[in-house]
Design a protein around this ligand. Structure first.
Ligand code: NAG
Ligand code: NAG
Ligand code: NAG
Ligand code: NAG
Length: 496
């Protein structure tokens, strides 16, 4: 425990030293009054800061690690309290692996088994028992299983359980009150023999979860079709790309935020064109974060820093702006079935609906954690019923409203399990009403049905995402996502 904390402290101290070093460099440059040095420093530091500000994410996993650690201490305290003797284990939930048939399916009334292999912070197998593990098979209504955790005293535990009734349930496994990697799992309980049924389609999980060598429950599948781009300022290169749109004419549009432009590609990834001039006047772009295509072909761009939404023709000719003087920080845009422009104002925590003329139709939302409130909304999508789907970044949830802004449903909570989020960003809806969400802090994409039930991940094992932002569905039915931290966009197949 001490060595883990020490390592973390060392890392933090190193980072502090680097920041101090750069601060004093900047200070010296400013004091010295050498204009050339100031200019040089200004550029470097400015770029670093804007990159840090817009990405921020890479730090997130480290924070999570630290949280794990706190929980571990909590668990220890509990052990000490309960047993009156000091019991230690270095098992952490985020590394611990689970396997066994009982994870996916079982038969009513028959004993099922799940094997839990505890691992420490760096992924090494734990060799001793005594960790506090809990398991729960439940519906929203409550628990539906009897079972117990058996401590094999060598770091491995078995959860043996029997379910009372047929149905689709959630199986939650926690170590020191924290979800074990991949938890909660989706469990299908049948009355037939499980062997006679084909495996449920659409339930995919990360391959690393099931790394028991003799039996791969879910082999690594890779849904990636291609990726385009590297960090840079030229055509086909990106600097902190954010929003993504796709249009029926087979085009993919990317809001290349720190390059102040929009780049357009074909569905197969060929560069087509780009437009955008940096600036703060109408027709110029300062920080394009959201992009959408109107059914009439116009390209709609949310400009976070100019605090308005710009409309360009399909050829990139400036036409008009809307929301000026009203919007505080527009991040995502979408277009509803009436051709209205949906704008997600991240700073104001409000969703605005405009006519393309700029006339306000309605608005809803304020800052908060209530159903009709937002704690940092990012992107919007509209489904076939003209319902509006909003990602709420700091509430770690997705909220659905009707066209009048009445709350319909929400799903998601903070965590790493199936259906949980660590700051959701991009969102899109397919023709079947399935909702696809970029899970920024967990660097993954999740697919839900229209009622918010988790269906699958879009797998990224071979070439992982790093802080995904906007996403959209291409006209040929693939998912295109802005892989912001990797400065590229990626196209995936899904639910196949
Ligand atoms: C500070 O500057 C050094 C040298 O340019 C660089 O390696 C380091 O990453 C910088 N650190 C931060 C926090 O910007
Ligand atoms: C732990 O003990 C069980 C039962 O004795 C055994 O089957 C299993 O292989 C052991 N696991 C490890 C990792 O040693
Ligand atoms: C469980 O989910 C599957 C689809 O995922 C569905 O076909 C089946 O009817 C569901 N079973 C119950 C009992 O709800
Ligand atoms: C999200 O909002 C719900 C209420 O709708 C609240 O219970 C929950 O604590 C919020 N989550 C976070 C992480 O703020």
């Amino acid at each position: 425990l001490l060595s883990v904390l020490q390592a973390q402290l060392d890392t933090l101290l190193q980072e502090e030293a680097a920041i101090n070093y750069n601060c004093s460099l900047t200070g010296e440059a400013l004091d010295g009054g050498n204009k050339a040095v100031i200019l040089q420093t200004h550029k470097d530091v400015g770029e670093r800061l804007s990159d840090l500000a817009s990405q921020g994410l890479p730090l997130q996993p480290e924070e999570n690690d630290q949280l794990d650690l706190m929980m571990e201490i909590e668990g220890l305290r509990k052990s000490i309290h309960n047993l009156g003797t000091i019991v230690t284990t270095n098992a952490v939930a985020s590394q611990t692996e689970v396997s066994g048939d009982g994870l996916e399916q079982c038969v009513v009334g028959q004993l099922a088994t799940v094997i839990i292999s505890t691992r420490d912070k760096s992924g090494g197998l734990c060799k001793t028992g005594n960790a506090i593990i809990s398991a729960e098979v439940c519906t929203p209504g409550g628990s539906v299983a009897d079972g117990e955790i058996v401590d094999l005293k060598n770091g491995t535990y078995e959860f043996q359980y029997t379910v009372k009734k047929e149905g689709n349930f959630s199986l939650a496994l926690r170590l020191y009150d924290q979800h074990i990697k991949g938890s909660p799992f989706q469990l299908k309980v049948t009355t037939n023999s499980p062997g006679s049924r084909s495996r449920q389609k659409g339930v995919r999980r990360g391959g690393s979860l099931f790394s028991t060598p003799k039996k791969k429950v879910n082999p690594i599948e890779d849904d990636l079709i291609f990726r385009i781009g590297t960090k840079g300022r030229n055509k086909g290169e990106f600097t902190n790309l954010q929003g993504v749109a796709a249009c029926s004419e087979g085009k993919i549009l990317i809001a290349d935020s720190n390059n102040q432009c929009v780049q357009i590609f074909s569905n197969t990834g060929e560069f087509h064109s780009r437009f955008g001039v940096r600036g703060r006047s109408p027709g110029q772009l300062q920080r394009p974060t959201g992009v959408a295509v109107h059914p009439n072909g116009d390209i709609i761009i949310a400009d976070y820093d100019n605090k308005w939404v710009s409309i360009f023709s399909s050829e990139g000719k400036y036409k008009a702006k809307l929301g000026s003087g009203r919007l505080m920080g527009p991040k995502g845009v979408s277009v509803d079935q009436n051709g209205h422009v949906i704008v997600v104002d991240n700073k104001a925590c409000t969703v605005f609906i405009f006519q393309p003329s700029g006339k306000l139709v309605t608005k809803f939302g304020s800052r908060g954690n209530g159903d009709r409130q937002f704690a940092g909304p990012h992107f919007a999508a509209v489904n076939n019923n003209n319902e509006i789907i909003i990602t709420d970044f700091h509430n770690h949830s997705v909220k659905v409203f009707n066209a009048d802004g009445e709350f319909l449903l929400k799903f998601g909570s903070n965590g790493e399990g199936n259906g949980q989020f660590n700051a959701p960003t991009g969102v899109a809806v397919d023709v079947n009403g399935n909702i696809i969400v970029a899970d920024w802090g967990n660097s993954r994409i999740q697919v839900f049905d229209g009622s918010g039930s988790f269906l699958s991940y879009i797998n990224t094992a071979a070439d992982p995402l790093y802080g995904p932002q906007g996403l959209a569905l291409t006209s040929d039915g693939h998912v295109v996502v802005a892989d912001s931290g990797n400065h590229c966009f990626k196209v995936y197949r899904y639910l196949q």
